[in-house]
Design a protein around this ligand. Structure first.
Ligand SMILES: NC(=O)c1ccc[n+]([C@@H]2O[C@H](COP(=O)([O-])OP(=O)(O)OC[C@H]3O[C@@H](n4cnc5c(N)ncnc54)[C@H](OP(=O)(O)O)[C@@H]3O)[C@@H](O)[C@H]2O)c1
Length: 519
């Protein structure tokens, strides 16, 4: 099986994907085929072997995780997946059960295709996966959710209380806002400008921007202050807390229990709680995933997808031909798409060339821009301009190729693209991929390696974005106003400033110039 290992503490580059023996469950354990895991702040500390700003805590972490090097070389704490086998003393779970949980704190090991955990504590907290959640969402629930539950329990009865959640856009913060709202508190959430719309959508009554508001001068005090990110300055805390009020912080010891996991399950099924997923990385992009979380800017949770890796392993012989098979449309999805209309053979050929180039990129772990010759790309644009790209499959093939174009444009390594070709590239992304998002055809989206396709519903904007994570860029389109942007992938365009910075061309102007009819 594939697993992400680290032999020394350090930066994300210490992580590498290796082959390991599939584990065998002990009598009290279940063997889980892991579908998803996460990169939490805690996973980052384990990888670094250091706790931010505290030698004492670093010492404690090293005592448990290994003094000089990691004692347990497979990283990863949270997981979701399906029980594949059970030990003979297991009574609670059965093969085929969808489960989620943690390997509890410092035990680690969930960045692997298979994982053994005891059916009950100690050494693993596991429960049935809430049916409302995808595997990716379920993997992101335990650590942040249980920590938020613990903090709220410490805060006492919240009904009718005023609660301030500081760091509301992180994993713990997004859960804390939802839980405090559910418990009847009047919630004031604090985050940066970029995350205000997200936090408001979680139910906060009021959202304050910490980059604009001096909390020491707010002139209001709260019954409870929750520091969900561990960065609230003491001066602000003192100014915000009413006399006799409660202050709780993530910078304290919290525990994990099966009861908490079951409570989270219940809250999710009742529709009270939902994980916020920022990004999903395939297992082989684990270094990029850790790089991103190291930035300290993640919104909610970052997920690691292990199913793609599993598929690769299962079809190792097929791997070399896999993309080719997809290209000629042999999967059931593609058969369905093909039956709608014949594909464009020229585009199919170009697509196959591009697949081969990407394979080279993947093998060498570099993106060699020179491999993407301009002529090759221009032919795709010509096909688009001639309206020869008609079927959803054609659109996807062209999208595959044009993701690079967009990325290079954004990076400034490609400057010669004409506005009409840019628009066509954009149109393609927003129609072909948009269709698939609407149909929730995630299998096809994944097959085509479009790393991130999301529809974000902000107060005023419905944004469709497609991006290619290796380049960190995305197209964004506002379906209501017709505006469009080419922006770094972590941009939400929730602020006027960001929208101004990354806007690339007014769609209406381009439509008029190139006589393209609106959808
Ligand atoms: N006690 C426990 O068992 C436990 C469990 C889980 C987590 N934790 C700890 O809790 C902390 C939060 O973890 P997490 O995973 O929930 O958070 P996280 O997702 O890593 O937090 C990142 C978020 O915090 C925001 N942020 C960054 N600097 C900020 C600041 N100065 N003021 C306000 N917000 C800021 C960021 O957005 P902007 O930069 O845009 O503001 C980002 O959305 C970590 O230190 C983690 O180790 C403790």
């Amino acid at each position: 099986m594939k697993a992400v290992m680290y032999r020394t503490y350090g930066p994300p580059s210490v992580l590498h994907v290796s082959e390991l023996e599939k584990p065998v469950p002990k009598p009290n354990e279940i063997l889980v085929r892991v579908h998803a895991s996460t990169v939490t702040s805690g996973t980052v500390w384990l990888r670094r072997g250091a706790f931010p700003g505290s030698r004492l805590m670093t010492g404690m972490l090293r005592l448990i995780a290994g003094i000089f090097r990691p004692r347990r070389p497979v990283l990863g704490v949270e997981f979701s997946g399906v029980v594949e086998a059970t030990g003979n003393r297991v009574t609670k779970f059965h093969p085929g059960d969808a489960v989620y949980g943690t390997t509890t704190g410092l035990q680690q090991g969930s960045y692997a295709e298979y994982l053994c955990v005891p059916e009950s504590w100690r050494g693993g907290v596991v429960a049935l996966k809430p049916s409302r959640l995808t595997f990716a969402e379920a993997a992101a629930l335990p650590v942040g959710g249980m920590t938020a539950l613990t903090l709220l329990n410490r805060a006492g009865n919240l009904n009718g209380r005023t609660v301030l959640v500081y760091g509301a856009s992180g994993s713990v913060g997004t859960y804390a806002v939802q839980l405090a709202t559910y418990h009847g508190a009047s919630v004031t959430a604090v985050c940066s400008t970029t995350n205000m719309a997200l936090v408001r959508s979680l139910g906060a009554d009021e959202v304050l921007d910490y980059t604009q508001t001096d909390l020491t001068r707010l002139g209001r005090r709260f019954d409870v202050v929750i520091d969900a990110v561990g960065k609230l300055p003491a001066s602000s805390r003192n100014a915000l807390l009413r006399p006799g009020g409660r202050f709780v912080s993530v910078m304290s010891m919290t525990g994990e229990t099966n009861q908490q996991l079951e409570r989270l399950h219940q809250l999710v099924e009742e529709g009270r709680l939902k994980p916020v997923i920022d990004r999903i990385y395939p297992l082989d992009q684990i270094v990029a995933a850790h790089d991103y979380v190291d930035s300290g800017r993640k919104k909610g949770n970052v997920v690691v997808d292990l199913v793609t890796a599993g598929r690769k392993q299962l079809t190792s012989a097929l791997l070399a031909f896999g993309l080719f098979i997809v290209a000629i449309g042999c999967s059931p999805t593609h058969m369905r798409l093909k039956s709608e209309q014949p594909d464009n053979p020229v585009l199919e050929k170009l697509y196959r060339q591009d697949v081969a180039i990407r394979k080279l990129d993947a093998e060498t772990d570099t993106v060699n821009l020179e491999r993407y010759d301009k002529v090759h790309r221009e032919r795709v644009f010509t096909l688009l301009a001639e309206n020869a790209v008609i079927t959803p499959l054609d659109k996807l093939r062209a999208a595959w190729i044009l993701q690079h174009t967009a990325a290079q444009l954004c990076e400034g390594t490609l400057t010669s693209i004409s506005p009409e070709n840019f628009l066509l590239a954009y149109k393609l992304s927003s129609s072909g991929l948009h269709d698939l998002v609407q149909q929730q055809d995630t299998a096809t989206i994944r097959t085509y390696n479009v790393a991130r396709v999301v529809a974000l519903n902000y107060d005023r904007y419905l944004l469709y974005t497609t991006g290619y994570q290796k380049f960190g860029t995305q197209f964004v389109f506002d379906d209501k106003t017709g505006e469009m942007w080419l922006a770094p992938i972590d941009t939400t365009l929730a602020t006027d400033e960001e929208r101004k910075t990354y806007q690339v061309a007014p769609l209406q102007q381009l439509r008029a110039t190139y006589k393209i009819k609106p959808k």
